[in-house]
Design a binder for this molecule. Structure first.
Ligand code: PLP
Length: 414
């Protein structure tokens, strides 16, 4: 099985999660249920840390976990304990990180459409760095700081938009002028305004410490050339800023690199990417002290599964539909939200069978798009079967809503 690892294994054709039968876990805790694996998260973290270790002694490297992927307190505590940094995009994520033990000095707040209320909440935490998303945001920042925290020296970085973006769907592209579907990209400060943004930040009494970019999410192998080009632009920009007299502490290259969601997907070469960043930074002889990456999915997606129960199998107009006891919007919304999102689905008690049929796994929401998977080749499902939706560790619970007044599944960490 291409997805098997230390978290998910197959024994006697049954799915094991961290060494325990998935059906037994489902029976004990009920379904629907999210199951997260500590050891897989740690292994993913270790892999990225290991790649960054090549940074050498003069350069600090930061793995800044994007809490939006999954802000379960135990996951935050686990990563905090390993020395991770944290990428927060809302005051509530900042609070969750602080409660999990992250010192404010290891949190970067990257907001978008940032309000006065947001700023007041995040400025209250001394040592936290605020990422500027718009030139127009600085005036508001100054007003809020002057009114509520007049003495505070607030560290800021600029999230610039390097003009090139990349993501698994146009909706996950966060840089460039417009996404491929024509949506104007709202994120970051455009190239021509970056120097002005730093100048205005300094004039307003903020302390500039970094330059940041995030191109988008869910990169695959084919994205590498575009991503490399964006690294080149970022390093060139940092060098130009230095020549202009600005001394920065860090460059943050954002997140975006993902796990293998699909058997046939070409995997993004994270090792070559990290090496490329380190080599580019070294060649440019920048005086920065640290580089950062911000993985979300890459740390947690493959460390989670959603267990569901088949309530009955319906046949209609030649379709075989496994009707399950959860809704996508309430549990794993990605397939309903993004046409391009794929989550592998496994029958936990009959992982493989000689004969498979095409099965659509449909949720219990009043919505045609509420399907976890369409026409999947699976053993013929039966009432009571437990299905596992893979890669439910990232952007699942954190994106889930109560649509149709349905509850959000319980979570366990194993
Ligand atoms: C600023 C920022 N950093 C990091 C991430 C994490 O992206 P991923 O989960 O694809 O690694 C995101 C995702 O949207 C983001 O907006």
């Amino acid at each position: 099985m291409w997805w098997a690892n230390d978290f998910l294994q197959v024994e006697r054709n049954a799915l094991l999660i961290a060494g325990r039968r998935a059906t037994a876990i489902a029976e004990r805790h009920g379904t629907p249920l999210y199951v997260y694996g500590r050891s897989r998260i740690l292994a993913n973290y270790k892999t990225i840390r290991g790649l960054l270790a090549e940074a050498g002694p003069g350069l600090e490297s930061r793995v800044s976990y994007a809490a939006k992927a999954n802000s379960h307190p135990r996951i935050l505590r686990l990563l905090e304990g390993k020395g991770a940094w944290l990428d927060a995009v809302s005051p509530a994520e900042v609070r969750a990180a602080l409660e999990a033990g992250f010192p404010a000095g290891r949190i970067l707040y990257t907001g978008t459409s940032v309000s006065e209320e947001d700023l007041k909440a995040v400025f209250g935490h001394e040592g936290l760095t605020v990422n500027i998303d718009a030139l127009e945001q600085i005036e508001l920042m100054k007003e809020v700081r002057d009114r509520w925290f007049p003495k505070r020296r607030i560290r800021v970085s600029v999230r610039w938009n390097p003009g090139v973006g990349r993501g698994f769907t146009p909706r996950a592209v966060t840089a460039g002028a417009r996404a491929a579907d024509g949506t104007p990209v709202k994120f970051g400060v455009e190239d021509a305004k970056v120097v002005r943004a730093f100048r205005q930040a300094v004039r307003s009494g903020f302390v500039p410490v970094g330059l940041h970019q995030h191109l988008g999410s869910g990169w695959v192998k084919e994205d590498f050339p575009a991503v490399k080009e964006a690294v080149r632009r970022m390093v060139a920009k940092a060098a130009a800023l230095e020549r202009g007299g600005l001394r920065l502490e860090f460059l943050d290259f954002g997140g975006g690199f993902g796990p293998r969601f699909h058997r046939t997907q070409g995997l993004f070469p994270t090792d070559a990417y990290v090496r490329h960043i380190l080599r580019s930074v070294a060649l440019a002889r920048l005086s920065i002290r640290a580089v950062a990456v911000e993985p979300g999915k890459a740390l947690v997606a493959d460390a989670g599964v959603l267990l569901l129960r088949v309530v009955y199998v319906k046949r209609s107009y030649g379709n075989i539909i496994a009707c399950v006891n959860a809704g996508t919007f309430n549990s794993v919304p990605r397939p309903a939200v993004y046409d391009q999102a794929h989550h592998e689905i496994i029958n936990a008690s009959r992982v493989a069978s000689a004969a498979s049929v095409r099965v659509t796994i449909a949720g219990h929401l009043c919505e045609t798009g509420d399907v976890f998977g369409k026409d999947r080749p699976l053993p013929m499902p039966r009432r009571g079967d437990i299905l596992a939706v893979l890669h439910a560790g990232g952007y699942s619970r954190s994106m889930a809503s109560h649509y149709n007044s349905r509850p959000i599944p319980k979570e366990i960490v194993v």
